[in-house]
Design a protein around this ligand. Structure first.
Ligand code: ASP
Length: 319
């Protein structure tokens, strides 16, 4: 009997440096992101695809991911879910900018917790670079998206497979710019083969329905930072503006300047949802007896903002 293994990988383009171009091949800084369509990115692979894989492409957005919007996230989530529901689709690749990749990965995992792989990939150098990293990253991402048994949202960059809730941009310039904190990568792609080191991302999907039909009406969730000399001014101003949620980028293992903490407790008492995440970039938030603000252990502050946003959307959508 013939195997019914799905063989289609859908590549969804959203822009980023991977689709960027520069006037000169030695310019990896003064380029413009999001210039090439997803078809042009796939064309650079020149047939170097995993055996038996059929590719489809779709341009969902074309932006520099520093400018990512909630509306693009909503559109992307709907397109990912629609393609995943097709029996012939093995997995999805999303080409993305590096700057907010960890946020989009977290958003898609918490929303969809997909049973098939959704693989974000990116590049640190534009497509016109002398030694562009995008084509190899895209090839590796397709390998993971087509891998039987792969599931969940991951990021594939510089040969490493990072879980959606662990991944973070950890370097401003290196090609190997992403890390998974203490968790370490899920696997490595070597010569077109996946070597898996630990299990795929898991969890319960919040479900597309929590997004509603108008991203402009999503709760407002802001990040404030704890630092030397912090005070209550920013938090108090945001509360006056009607903020719905506040993430504090805490110092060390989750500590917050006493003046800022007092303002956050006051905000929490008025109904604003507050979450702590560490600004350090790796390691857990260690629980203490005198904790007054809930913690998002293991998430970056930007990912904790996604988590809080989705929690508030889910609360709003609850019957
Ligand atoms: N600013 C770019 C982006 O995030 C950076 C990159 O892709 O490396 O779209």
């Amino acid at each position: 009997m013939q195997s019914q293994q799905p063989t289609t990988v859908v590549v969804l383009g959203t822009g980023g440096t991977i689709a960027g171009t520069a006037a000169r091949a030695d310019d990896n800084v003064g380029y413009r992101a999001a210039q090439l369509g997803v078809d042009a990115l796939v064309d650079t692979l020149r047939g170097a695809l995993p055996d038996g894989v059929t590719l489809e492409t779709e341009q969902v957005a074309q932006l520099n991911s520093k400018d990512m919007t909630h509306a693009v996230w909503a559109a992307l989530a709907h397109r990912v879910a629609a393609h995943l529901a097709r029996a012939e689709v093995a997995g999805i690749v999303v080409t993305h900018g590096t700057d907010t990749l960890e946020e989009t990965a977290c958003f898609l995992q918490r929303l969809l917790a997909p049973a098939k792989p959704v693989v974000l990939t990116c590049a640190m150098r534009p497509a016109t670079s002398l030694l562009a990293d995008g084509p190899q990253n895209l090839r590796d991402a397709i390998t993971v998206a087509a891998h039987a048994g792969a599931r969940g949202v991951v990021a594939v960059v510089a040969g490493a497979v990072h879980g959606a809730l662990d991944v973070r941009k950890a370097h401003t310039y290196r090609l190997d710019a992403f890390a998974s904190g203490d968790a370490g990568p899920i696997g490595r792609v070597e010569e077109g083969r996946l070597r898996r080191l630990r299990d795929w991302p898991a969890g319960t999907a919040l479900g597309l329905a929590v997004l509603g039909d108008d991203a402009a009406r999503w709760p407002r969730v802001e990040i404030v930072a704890s630092h030397a000399g912090a005070d209550d001014g920013v938090v108090d101003a945001l509360v006056v503006q009607g903020v719905d949620g506040l993430v504090v980028a805490a110092t060390g293992g989750g500590s917050v300047h006493e003046a800022l903490e007092a303002a956050l407790v006051r905000a929490q008492d008025t109904g604003v949802a507050v979450l702590r995440a560490s600004r350090v970039g790796a390691g857990p938030l260690l629980p203490r007896d005198d904790d007054v603000l809930p913690a998002a252990s293991g998430l970056t502050p930007a990912q904790a903002r996604v988590e809080l946003l989705l929690q508030l959307l889910a609360r709003r959508a609850a019957p």
